[in-house]
Design a binder for this molecule. Sequence first.
Ligand code: ADP
Ligand code: MG
Length: 458
Amino acid sequence: MDSGFASRRQFTAEEVERIAEKAAILGIQMRTSPLQFSHMPFSLVPSPVPREEFLRAMRAMPLFNRLIEAIARNPEWLHEHLEGLDEFTSQLLAVSKRCQPPSQQLYLGIHRSDYMLGGDDRLQQVEINTISSAFGTLAPRTRMLHSWVLGCYGDADMDDRNLPENGTLEGIVEAFYQAWTLQGGRGVLLMVVNEKERNVFDQGFIEVSLWEKHRIRTIRASFADISLNFKLEPGTNIGNYLDLPVSVIYFRAGYAPNDYQTAHDWETRELLERSTAVKCPCIDYHLAGVKKVQQLLCSPEHLSRFLPDPAEQRELQAFFTTIMGLDQPLPEHILSEVRETPQNWVLKPMREGGGNNLYDDEVAAAFRDYSAHSDQLKGYILMKKIMPKPIPVLLVREGKAVLLPGQWELGIYGTYLSTNEQIYLNTAPGYLLRTKSASSNEGGVAAGYAVLDTPYLV
Ligand code: ADP
Ligand code: MG
């Protein structure tokens, strides 16, 4: 398959509708209102991804897992370097400081490292997510959809063995199962969710699989529910939801300021942190995923502290692009470069979930009067824009396909389970591909910019 596949095959409106119906049948859906669902936006055909680059990113994931772990086990470093960035990060930091030493030694990470294809056809890291890494179950289902599409509509030279296996759901379930077993094989998993969550299919497959495979029960609850129903046993700090002991806590909310409606929600986050349950993520894993950390790791001095082996450093550095911190004055030559070509840069606040970054005119405006904005800008990082060559893509929304120049973002999932003494799990179980119009700067699916896709390795 060449990069023109999306433009080579003409699909009728009826064919697109049949494929959209298959997406829904496979559970590639979102909630639109209570008990109303519609298919998630998806790419009609898989997109070409260079095989060697895909494999390189998969190989690197266990190293990223170890790096995150090393950072999170050094809370003093996090406290020193994340001080004074912005209100939200300061709140997270305060929780971390008040909760030292950690209430449990078992750390569980479900991460996703995201990449785009740079101009030299090498993957460059966009960010690494350490909290609420979504689409671990809908990505493998999108692979099933694309395998079926190739079978029904693909040319003879297309082989669905070029759609790599995606074991992310199994990997996530296995990680929870091992954590739960190490916690004594009892208690429930508490999934912290937003009341108005749309991405319930992605989450629900995890709940059902935990029950099917391991008889682990999941309780879904918002911060408001938790503040009413979750209590710590005095003396032991074992958390109970109503009368059920909680052994694992999985955050699918809590990464955005809006998730904390009141000061009470922050107390609830801290209460969860203080419990002896395994938190996915614990507060220090959450902090290790803050964008400022990614910027600091671009400096060899910080990277080598957490990853002493030079060969391993080089393996990860090959994915890094230029990122500057704004808590100190920018060098004059960078400042003039940003002013002349603001379209080559992205300004990123310490936020997750998409739709928060600044581009183009907004970058220009922020740097026009740099000294006037310098106080707000210290809560941002400045990143070189990654500019993939556009490829034709067919994006399907509400049963209708649109052909556009597009670009994709590849995510690699990692699971990690360890104590200070022992590593129980360090894997890269699978991937996510999201594709967007090349004219859109942002790329989140939940945020409404991108669609679910599958790599066709070339
Ligand atoms: P978030 O935590 O909100 O997901 P990201 O760093 O992933 O933050 O940025 C959101 C989106 O912005 C990405 O999915 C990508 O489409 C775009 N983006 C972020 N950084 C860059 C970059 N350096 N070059 C090009 N696009 C970027
Ligand atoms: Mg992102």
